[in-house]
Ligand binder design. Sequence first.
Ligand code: SF4
Length: 514
Amino acid sequence: MDFIKGLSRNQLQMVSFDQFVKQNSWARVVDLFVDVLPLNELGFKATPSQEGRPPYHPGDLLKIYLYGYKNHLRSSRKLAHACQVNMEVIWLVKGLKPSARKIAYFRKNNAKAFKKAFRYFVGLLKEMNLVDGKTIAIDSFKIRAQNASKNNFNQKKIDRHIKYIDDKIEAYQQQLEQEDIADNQEEINRKINYQNSKKDNYTRIQKQLNESGQTQISLTDPDARSVILHKNIINVGYCVQAGCDSKHNLFINNDTGTVNDTHALSPMALDAKQLLKVNNINVLTDKGYTTGKHIDISTKNNITTFSSPKAHSSQKNGLFDMQIFKYHKTQDYYTCPANHTLKTNGTVYNKNNHKVKHYKNRLACKTCELRKQCTQNKNGRFIERSIYQEALEDNQKRVESNPQYYKLRQQITEHQFGTLKRQWGFTFTLMKGKNNVLSEVNLMMICYNLRRLMSILSPTDIKNRLKSLLHCFLGQNQLIRHCLNNFYLKLSANSFEKKLKLSPLQVLQLASIY
Ligand code: SF4
């Protein structure tokens, strides 16, 4: 039978790297994208060689990472291997073969630059009118850290270990009292010493935990925290916050460092508003983000929240529901079902980090006929009202009166996490420490936005847009050089913007050349 045959391995071929890379390949988009970035301005640093050789250009190393993160190649060893065998990577870096160590150092030493690059890219997207900053959805996903569960401790876990050791030591000591044979005594003493050394270890961890002022401590990666990965599965990892714009579902900002979403709403929303330079913004979030304090901060900063409301905690006990009590905003009191007023003394109490005021009417409750249906408290019913209750209620009204708008949240934000985790394997981080983990997150999000652009605009269109940006950039460069040499030597960037009609981003790019 006849088969399709390949070429002879010994036949000399006249080929160039370019022939091996398809016109619409990811490598070509990455190549153009990195060339557009003002790498100096963003703070990318090359790692000089100790032997005196010139370092690799940061752009080449960044290209390797952006190529790799989209293609399941995240470890520096895999990337170094790709530089030797993968024709697209060979084309991308023009045959350079940096060592795994050089590649790894670049990622380790440029955490801030990756963040700036991602934010710069978001600025470009805004300029291209692909991000409008009208509605953003914020949500989070969890990734595992480089820290085993057994190396993460909280007070409860330490107490459990110490108690186990104490019980063991006690059992050995009882055994010792009963033993007559000298050989066995030596063995038992050795076991007791071993348990004591383990106890010393846990005591040292306890001291570290107390000194840190945190509720838990991780030994391998100090910034990692015990987080709920999925339903009841708990692992040591990071909770990554991500904001997405509604126009084309592109990532706009990120952060990490918390174990859940409770305190993430206003920091993420304020950051997005500042980054996108908009006056007003709508923010969609799920129930986990609904915190009075953060909704209040957002509202005061022209951020309109649509955060899924939580049920009042005092329900489900068969007594009068909170909704029956009517609050009078101007005079700051409640009216109860028996038509009595429940007043506050004005003191703000701190209850589990929630600021609340108390409302009560002891005298009226004492003789009230409805008391059995209202309270079991011997001092009568009292109501705790958060000082941010008004902000919470306004948020609830907004969500309930705009159900279709709130439903957009899932469409805007959740499928991106699926792509990063399921398709690109970003379920764990290779790095230790918050800043380094954010480097990985920023790289992933640059790749996602770039890949999404290829779908929104088509690969050819995005290449044309990046090329025109690059050409515009180089064309204006000549003009600026002329101006610098002649008339505008002392002009500020602001003047360049006005006289040459350049955008701030273009001025930033030009500045990086000089
Ligand atoms: S028990 Fe107190 S609060 Fe409840 S209905 Fe009677 S008077 Fe009002």
